[in-house]
Design a protein around this ligand. Structure first.
Ligand SMILES: C[S@@+](CC[C@H](N)C(=O)[O-])C[C@H]1O[C@@H](n2cnc3c(N)ncnc32)[C@H](O)[C@@H]1O
Length: 255
């Protein structure tokens, strides 16, 4: 039977798309991925399976989460705080709003300086965040996701608390699994996050202050993928390209 980790991977993550995105944003031939706040290291596992000569270093504080990655050739898992790992990388990714674990600007700066110090020549740092008119609204959004074996999951993303004075939010993931119409597993409050919601300009300013040469904003999915499987991602330069509410990737480049 599925557990909450399986459901997180099925409903929340898109390693194939994010692998293509990171390669497109990098723009050359990245080999080494750093996945910080990695959870189950799903992106790292996909990276080594699909990138020629790819290797990955996945870091998470939670041994239970990271243990789910098992032993994958080419993937090194490290149970530690993200500041403790210094290996150089071509792409360093912080996904699913995990940059919000850094609650103060001092913590954000300390982490971004560390991230910058890990960049190989041409390296990129990418994290995601959300914004727009609903960023501080309370409520939930449901999505239906097909699971193996004919099951389906109703995945609910809830914003339970949101304080625009402090930018602290509480976001909660719930999963309910159905076999046709019968509920066969239920995970209310499967993951509860207390995050600082960093805005796009706050992240850009902090990246430049940490030593990145330039920053760009991208969608969280590739704009196009050609027949050879290469993705194209165009920086977002016009606010009209964003919807009223949006999820974006913020990328820092070493030069
Ligand atoms: C929202 S999950 C993200 C998992 C994955 N990156 C993804 O894209 O879905 C955040 C993870 O960050 C980890 N985490 C939080 N603070 C951390 C820290 N200071 N160092 C390493 N991992 C941390 C948590 O244990 C949790 O597994």
């Amino acid at each position: 039977m599925v557990d909450r980790h399986d459901l997180y991977e099925a409903c929340v993550q898109s390693p194939p798309e994010m692998t293509l995105m990171l390669r497109a944003i990098h723009g050359d031939q990245p080999h080494v991925l750093g996945e910080d706040f990695a959870g189950t290291a799903a992106l790292s596992r996909h990276w080594v399976a699909s990138v020629p000569n790819g290797s990955a270093i996945a870091v998470d504080l939670d041994a239970g989460e990271l243990g789910r990655a098992g032993v994958t050739p080419g993937v090194r898992t490290v149970v530690a705080d993200v500041h403790k790992v210094s290996d150089p990388v071509d792409c360093l990714f912080v996904g699913n709003f995990s940059i919000g674990y850094l609650h103060t600007r001092d913590e954000l700066m300390s982490y971004l300086r560390h991230a910058q110090s890990r960049m190989k020549p041409g390296g990129i740092f990418v994290c995601d965040t959300y914004g727009g008119e609903s960023a501080y609204h309370l409520g939930s959004v449901d999505r239906d996701v097909a699971l193996p074996g004919g099951l389906r999951c109703v995945y609910r993303w809830e914003q339970r608390e949101a304080d625009p004075l402090t930018a602290m939010v509480t976001d909660v993931l719930h999963f309910r699994v159905f076999d046709v119409d019968e509920v066969v597993a239920d995970f209310p409050d499967a993951y509860v996050y207390h995050w600082r919601l960093w805005s796009v300009p706050e992240l850009r300013d902090a990246m430049i202050e940490a030593g990145f040469a330039t920053t760009d904003i991208y969608s969280n999915l590739p704009d196009a993928v050609d027949d050879a499987g290469n993705a194209y991602a165009e920086p977002i330069t016009d606010p009209d390209w964003l919807g009223d509410s949006f999820i974006v990737c913020v990328a820092g480049r070493t030069g």
